[in-house]
Design a protein around this ligand. Sequence first.
Ligand SMILES: Nc1ncnc2c1ncn2[C@@H]1O[C@H](COP(=O)(O)OP(=O)(O)O)[C@@H](O)[C@H]1O
Ligand SMILES: O=P(O)(O)OC[C@H]1O[C@](O)(COP(=O)(O)O)[C@@H](O)[C@@H]1O
Length: 309
Amino acid sequence: MITTVTLNPAVDKTLEIHGFKPGVVNRIQDSRVEAGGKGINVSKVVKSLGANTLTTGFVGGESGKWINQCLEDEGIQTDFVWINQETRTNIKIVDTEAGIITDINDRGKRIEEVYLRELYYKIKQWAKISKVMVFAGSIPEGLPNTIYNDLIQIARNQGCKTILDAEGDRLLQGIDAKPYMIKPNIHELQSSLKVKINDEKDVIYYCKSFINKGINFVVVSMGDKGALLVSDNQVLKAEVIPVEVKSTVGAGDSMVGAFSYGIMKNYQLKETFKLAVAAATLSVSKGTTLHQIHEIEEFKEQVEIKTLR
Ligand SMILES: Nc1ncnc2c1ncn2[C@@H]1O[C@H](COP(=O)(O)OP(=O)(O)O)[C@@H](O)[C@H]1O
Ligand SMILES: O=P(O)(O)OC[C@H]1O[C@](O)(COP(=O)(O)O)[C@@H](O)[C@@H]1O
């Protein structure tokens, strides 16, 4: 089983506006709401691939109940810690004229110590029966900066392989706990390390520094420039598959979902990378809803992976 942990889930509200402009009245053409947050999106992809998945983290209020219900309806097992505050709503504005997406993410409500203790307990229990555990997304106020480091250690001590998708200090602190895999996007890599990345050689250089710290492999997604995978003895590059973009929200989460699946199944890295690019491409062209496995498989045929080293 694959367990995903979202410390800061969200109701994702997407607004499609043709020619969005700040400072004037904008008219919405179309809108939709989805259960979101990085780990939750990962679970949706795992479910689409046909594997069992459970999702945990903090939720509360009517939004929390709604998220929980959506996930259960999709066949995703849930075991959230229920807080006495409302789960956040994140707004995504899709400008259908310019093809630009603007994310407006709420910070999320403060988490009290008592809820954190409950989460630690749940992580330990689920890690015992999970092959892979995914930690993804921002952290709400009230949680220590070392939270991902602590949780990864708990999961690893139970024999679970871990994946971390975070940014800034949370990513760097988490890396010290030696997760099996990390997946920053190129912007997160730059901002976390406070460096300017000029080309692929730079990406590979920084990924190698993580490998030297005990990470098994690093995937850096680069939006419409594709993705790089760096391990101890391989550097792979995936080209992007040109598609009509519906929304890039959750594209990286789809990659992580497919990687967690491939790791659980002990697939070859190259094979898993193909699956991940296919899942991300499908998400870009159709959004972060549940997909059919054959739709992912169809894109997989088109994925080209080059071996750089
Ligand atoms: N415009 C696009 N067209 C086709 N594929 C895309 C596009 N943007 C992203 N992807 C695919 O999704 C993957 C993850 O996207 P990225 O935006 O880097 O992730 P994140 O959501 O973490 O920021 C990319 O490596 C690529 O395979
Ligand atoms: O926890 P964060 O960093 O605020 O991100 C939460 C948002 O990220 C998402 O998981 C999408 O991921 P990306 O922004 O990486 O595409 C949304 O579902 C959610 O609103």
